[in-house]
Every structure is written in C-alpha cells, then in structure tokens.
Design a protein around this ligand. Sequence first.
Ligand SMILES: *Cc1c(COP(=O)(O)O)cnc(C)c1O
Length: 442
Amino acid sequence: MSLPNALPPDLLRALRDKTETLWVNDRYQPRAQGDFEGAETMQQAAARLQRHADVMARIFPELREAAGQVQSPLLPLAQLQAELDTRQGAAGTWYLKCDHALPVAGSVKARGGFHEVLSFAERLLDAHAAKTGDAVPALDSAEARALFSTYTVAVGSTGNLGLGIGTISAALGFRAVVHMSSDAKQWKKDRLRANGTDVVEHAGDYARAVDAGRQLADSDPHAYFVDDEQSEALFLGYAVAADELAAQLHAAGRSVDAAHPLFVYLPCGVGGAPGGIAYGLKQRFGEFVHCVFAEPVASPCMLVQLASGSDAPLSVYDIGLDNRTEADGLAVGLASPLVAPLMRDLLAGVFTVEDDRLFRDIHALATTENVLIEPSAAAGFSGPRWLTDTAAGLALLDRIGARAALPHATHVLWSTGGALVPQAEHDRFQARGLALSTAAAH
Ligand SMILES: *Cc1c(COP(=O)(O)O)cnc(C)c1O
C-alpha cells in the first residue's frame, strides 16, 4: 500500500473533508490513445455484438425493433441546460447520452456485459464443435442451451452489472450467480431472483463480493467469472459505445474537431465502463475529445489512484473515506488495476460530487426533460461548470487549447442507469430531490 501522502496536501484535505473537488490530470496528453494491449480490439468487440444481433433480437423481445442492437438515444438537453448551465449556452451545447435507457439491462453495463457473455458462449461452442467434429451450433439452438446449462456464469456487483450479466446469462441457458455487496439495493436482488438468478449476499463492500465470487468460481471448472476489476472483454464491449456516439453526433450535425471540441462526463465506479468508453472515444476522436470522470465524495477511487501517481493500489479507505454513498453504482473503494493505468494519460480529470447534488440533479432532469434516472447516473452533470467556472478548469482548457472554441463545444453528460428502477424508488428519489432543491432555494 502506498501512503496517502503520495497525494498533494490540499487535495488530500479536500477529499477527506468530502468537499467537492476537481482534480486536473497533469499527465493528460490529448493525443494519447491509451496503450491497451489485449487479445482483441474494440473492432472485434463491435463485430461480435453485430454477429449476434439476430439472436439477441430473438431472445429479447425489447430488442426486436432495434434488430438486436443494444443502443441508447442521444438527447438534446435544451431545458436542463437552461436550468443548470451557468454560461447559458455561451460555452457550448449539452446532450444526454441515455445509457440509463439501454434495453434489457437498463444501465451502461449492457454493452460490456453482453459482449463478455457472448464471447464466453462463442468459446464454449467452438470448443464443443472441435470435439464433436460437427458444425458450430447456433447460439440459441437446443444443443447450445444443453451445453450452457452445465456452466455457471458468476459475477460480483453492486447491482447493475449483476442485472446485465444475470439477465443475458439466464436467457442463453447458463446458470447465473451474482455476488452482491451489502449496499446493493433490495429491488435489484429481488429482480434477479425473479429472473432465476442466484443472488449471494456478502457482508462488506463491492470488492469483497467480487473477491468471494472469484474464489468460488476458481474452484469450479464449469464456472466462468466475469471479473469487473480485470476484464478486457467488458472493457472492449464498453468501448463500442464510441462508434454509436460518433454516428449520433454526426446525425445531429455536431462536428468534432479543433474548432468544435467534445467534452464527455462519465460517472465512475471501478472504472471499467467509463474507462472503456473513454478509450473508445480517444480511438475515434483523438485529441478533439476530452473525458472527465465523476465520483461520489465518499468513493473517489479513480481520482485517488491516478492522483497518487503510482500503480500501487491506493483505496479510498486508505485516505480515511468510508465509501458510503447513495450512488450504489459508484460505491467502489479501489479502482480497477486494468483500467487505472490506461487512464493515466488519456483522462483530462476527475471531479467529486455530493450525494445531495445527485438528487437535486435527477430532480432537475425529471422536471425539465421528463427523464427519470438513478442518482449514480447524474454524477457527471456538474462537469461543464467545473471546466468553465473554476480556475483549475479554465487552466486545463487553456493548456489543451480548447478555451477559444468553447462556444462551439459539445458537452455530453453520460447517463448510466435507471430504466429498470421501480416507480416507487423513482418516487422516493424525486421526493428527496424536490425537498433538497426547495431547501437550496431558500
Ligand atoms: C457501474 C455503473 C457505473 C460505472 O461503471 P464502472 O465500470 O463501475 O466504473 C456508473 N453508473 C452506473 C449506474 C453503474 O451501474
């Protein structure tokens, strides 16, 4: 373990006090593309999702209309921007990338999770065909299901990854086991159990649930563990979102170039989803896209890891934080050791956000745009303000040469979860957001 004094004293104090903070990454190189050297590429991941789109449309009726594509809308945010943008449009135009509405999984976890389970299923079928000498069976054939039923797909999760992996695994015929942390929401456990997934609850946090799941799966040759802290298949599946966003920005007439920079604000838990997306965006848009992560004040694991300047693991507990937040999707104490090093030179910065602000912002989104999301999904909403209204943000814009182009910038707030949240939960979230907003107005 590194010592917390690896962090600058002012930063450490702000983090310990849970004061909302922007950390600007001195090592950020706008032209860096991340030196990811995996067994596959994001193009292969995109091709895999494409290859199985027909099967996905057959097993999930909600994907039929989209021909099996797991995609989400890009929504202009004129009303929300009028409410929250301190610059009132003078610093660019806001959009919402609606991954809260991704079909089947209802969260950003869909692309990565589906990609990983599909790639495991392919490997099993290929090995099976090599053994029998027959053709590779179709993914949704009776033969494939019979094979899959002898395997368990396991995952550790604060909730949404479990929902994604559990749902597709069960639909393909696997036995699914989701190891959940004590902070996972009850409705997520209930929903998984109703889908036929085994839910194992662990006292302790997300890392404990992942570790327990990994150990159980290791001891069973017919178990496959989706490792949220280490998985390349998840990472590349998330990266595929970049192509989708590129097509949507193009369709909306939004250029991305030196005169039209793109800023993307991504809620970060362990780092896999935002890291994969940031990596994909860098491959796609190079020096013209700038990614910023957002984390709860109690769980800034990526901020702490990157600001330490070292690959030696440093957790939020190590600096005296408790990792307790209402943003359950982001309640992670230690950043992914796969993703953190990749972000070292391709991430512009990380900011923290108080839970109360998350509730105010989901309430603002509901009242202005009539869109309901979960608290974690609003973590990035103060991103534009951090960049354009603080000395640190403006210094960053100057360093990357993006300040003059701000009026033509596109800001994408990445919304990461919410479509499966029961109405009663939304009602509670909104009531709390309303109460906080009313209190703040007085
Ligand atoms: C998982 C999750 C994230 C972040 O993804 P990580 O891979 O954990 O960083 C963000 N928002 C929601 C709603 C999530 O479920």
